[in-house]
Design a protein around this ligand. Structure first.
Ligand SMILES: Nc1ncnc2c1ncn2[C@@H]1O[C@H](COP(=O)(O)OP(=O)(O)OP(=O)(O)O)[C@@H](O)[C@H]1O
Ligand SMILES: [Mg+2]
Length: 668
């Protein structure tokens, strides 16, 4: 990768590339009158493009994420993605950013792996602020730095077009890019790799003021199309349909929300699409983009109580909706509701300030009426965007960060409000030797405790650098070693990095180099924060329990109940947690309502029935069986067996265990 800091403009590291680039740029300029295309061969002087085509980016969302990041870096305020769902033949991404002129386009083509961002060249080709190479012309902290993100589209297609225009120009540039698939045997002796060709033409434009870039991914690769269509999953379901019910894989069921399964056929040369499975979308056709996204989130949250305790995305959404979800987590956009730092006194939460050194209880932050967490603690992350806001639409859905700070009620003793732990850190690295320091580091962050985290995938920690993140929530909390099973499953956390850590990000932007000193510092801070959260939560729980002088539910129940409760407590490592209340109710609706408030509710109609007995006997027998059923549920829950099991399966399991004890409960 050429070093750019001391270069004159726009000279690359290799003289021959420089000549080609200059010739290419002037050929584009000339063809405005000649009408012929300027052609360039894409070459990389290391194996960068080869690795990208090899697939360092694994999901379709990775490529879209890179394109969204590029639009953000170009100061766009809006990105519109059209996926052509459910066919996915071609995908378009359009932004209203600065666009590219001839120089910028030439630079991009001749410097794969040598980004102009964060270098002095940036100001000359219009990718950076004139004074600060780490910022965009309008002042955003840049996401890009390597110069390969755009080529992540090679995972989706080998043929794409870029249509781009800068403000004031009387023409737009139209680039047609054809990539060549790399194979080891193609390796030439001089170490360069020919990776494709680019043809550029200029097209006159009357809309002088307009600016922006559109990228059209043509002929999406069959493999990528099948991933977006969830093809493997549907075919597995179709195969199971033919089997007798006893042989069916209980996991092979359609997710509640999906785009449907479409098949295309050719009729007299016309392509016809028919749905083998019609779409089941959480929103209505005429819902506006923002409502659509809220309904997607709600569609996931509504699984709590009706199908499973902790909805997980893989079971709830197909790949297409899952892709929308993943993008909404990674993009530098706003939250569904408020930014966590903009929560205030009216939002019903307990706020604490994290210490950068301590491990004890965190200090409470009393909020004045109308005051926000941001104001009380002077936080900057997620404040006003210098370029005027950033909105991303995908197929008429407006992406928002799918994280909610609403409390999920729990019928347990203890803390009954969510807790927000907030802190910021800018370590003094001046004493660290320069070659391992890796520049400055500064970040803000929060840990949000709730009685449950919905969906399950929001449990963990997510690290954003300059607003963007490639990785999803890490539920190991950067390899936290202390076993606090229950409490750790109740935390959503984000770290907003404003300076540093960049160098620890691997090239795929989806994982980190754990050995990097910045990563170590962040992870130590997070682990200290987790200790503070645990100590504060424990302490508060004790205070509340002492204050209420509550009667211990465990002591008050029968002998079997006490046995089940103490087994539960032994099975869990957290000694201060109490087992859930177990109730047996008569209807699924009642069960769903109780579950949403933290009760382990069983639906009588899904359990083996009692045999017909004389009235007096029947009452005692029913009571005895209810006690046994509750004890079984408590023990299973203690061992963590029920948590991620759909409710229907829980009933099957408990019913089967009852049948072991009661002959009359056995199915004939
Ligand atoms: N939507 C866009 N609008 C304007 N310029 C763009 C856009 N997309 C790409 N570019 C230009 O193409 C260049 C290459 O983009 P690419 O994503 O490959 O690299 P990068 O953003 O510089 O770095 P990184 O690999 O870290 O993302 C950018 O530096 C920018 O100049
Ligand atoms: Mg980029």
């Amino acid at each position: 990768m050429p070093s750019e800091t001391s270069e004159p403009s726009p000279a690359p590291a290799r003289a021959d590339l420089g000549k080609d680039e200059a010739a290419f740029v002037s050929a584009i300029r000339e063809n405005r009158t000649s009408g012929t295309a300027a052609t360039a061969t894409l070459t990389t002087d290391d194996r960068v493009l080869a690795r990208i085509t090899d697939g360092i980016y694994r999901q379709p969302s990775s490529a879209l994420r890179e394109l969204i990041s590029n639009a953000y870096d170009a100061d766009a305020t809006q990105v519109v993605i059209d996926t052509d769902a459910p066919r996915f033949r071609q995908i378009r991404i359009r932004d209203n950013g600065h666009g590219m002129d001839e120089d910028a386009l030439g630079r991009m083509i001749y410097h794969i792996g040598g980004s102009s961002k964060r270098t002095t060249v940036g100001a000359k080709v219009g990718t950076t602020d004139a004074k600060d190479p780490t910022r965009s012309p309008n002042g955003r902290k840049l996401i890009g730095k390597i110069g390969i993100g755009l080529f992540s589209v090679s995972q989706l297609t080998s043929h794409f077009q870029i249509i781009t225009k800068v403000a004031g120009s009387d023409h737009r540039l139209f680039a047609d890019v054809v990539l060549r698939t790399y194979s080891e045997s193609d390796e030439p002796s001089d170490g360069t790799f020919e990776s494709g060709t680019v043809k550029v033409v200029s097209v006159p434009a009357e809309d002088l003021a307009s600016h922006g870039t559109e990228i059209i991914l043509l002929n999406v690769r069959p493999k990528a199309k099948d991933i977006l269509r969830s093809k493997d999953r549907w075919e597995n379901i179709f195969e199971q349909e033919g089997l007798p019910s006893a042989e069916r894989d209980p996991g092979a069921v359609a997710p509640p929300w999906h785009i449907g399964f479409a098949e295309t056929s050719s009729l007299d040369g016309e392509e016809a699409v028919s749905f083998r499975v019609p779409p089941s979308l959480p929103w209505d056709f005429d819902d506006p983009p923002q409502v659509r996204f809220e309904k997607l989130y709600q569609g996931v949250a509504d699984q709590v109580g009706s199908t499973t305790e902790r909805p997980d995305l893989a079971k709830t959404l197909d790949t297409y909706l899952g892709t929308i979800w993943a993008l909404s987590l990674s993009a530098p956009i706003g939250y569904m509701g408020k930014h966590p730092f903009d929560l205030g006194a009216d939002d019903n939460l307990l706020v604490f300030k994290l210490s950068n050194i301590g491990r004890g209880r965190a200090d409470p932050v009393p909020l004045q009426p109308g005051q926000t967490v941001r104001q009380a603690l002077g936080l900057k992350a997620g404040a006003e965007d210098p370029a005027g806001g950033f909105t991303v639409y995908i197929d008429q859905v407006e992406l928002r960060r799918p994280i909610s700070y609403q409390y999920w009620a729990a019928k347990k003793q203890g803390v009954s409000q969510p807790m927000l732990f907030v802190g910021s850190y800018k370590p003094d690295l001046s004493k660290v030797s320069k070659n391992i320091r890796g520049g400055n580091l500064a970040f803000e962050g929060y840990l949000f405790w709730n009685s449950r985290i919905v969906p399950k995938e929001n449990n963990g920690i997510l690290i954003r650098i300059n607003g963007s993140s490639g990785a999803l929530f890490d539920d190991t909390f950067m390899k936290y070693q202390v076993s606090e099973q229950t409490r750790l499953r109740q935390i959503t956390s984000e770290i907003f990095v404003s300076e540093g850590l960049d160098a620890a990000l691997n090239i795929d932007r989806e994982s980190f180099n754990f050995a990097h000193s910045h990563y170590q510092i962040v992870s130590n801070w997070v682990h200290r924060a987790l200790r503070q959260l645990a100590n504060t939560h424990k302490g508060l729980g004790d205070d509340i329990r002492a204050g209420q002088k509550h009667i211990d539910r465990i002591a008050a129940t029968d002998k079997l109940g006490r046995f089940a409760a103490s087994t539960w407590a032994r099975a869990r490592s957290d000694q201060d947690e109490a087992p859930p209340e177990v109730e047996i109710v008569a209807s699924p609706i009642e069960a769903a309502a109780l579950r949403r408030s933290g009760v382990l509710a069983l639906d009588m109609s899904q359990l083996p029935r009692l045999p017909a007995l004389p009235a007096r006997k029947a009452k005692d027998e029913a009571e005895r069986r209810a006690q046994i059923t509750k004890a079984i549920a408590t023990v299973l829950d203690g061992f963590g067996l029920l948590q991620d099991m759909p409710y229907a399966r829980q009933h099957e399991l408990i019913g089967a265990l009852l049948a072991v004890f009661f002959e009359d409960a056995q199915d004939e």
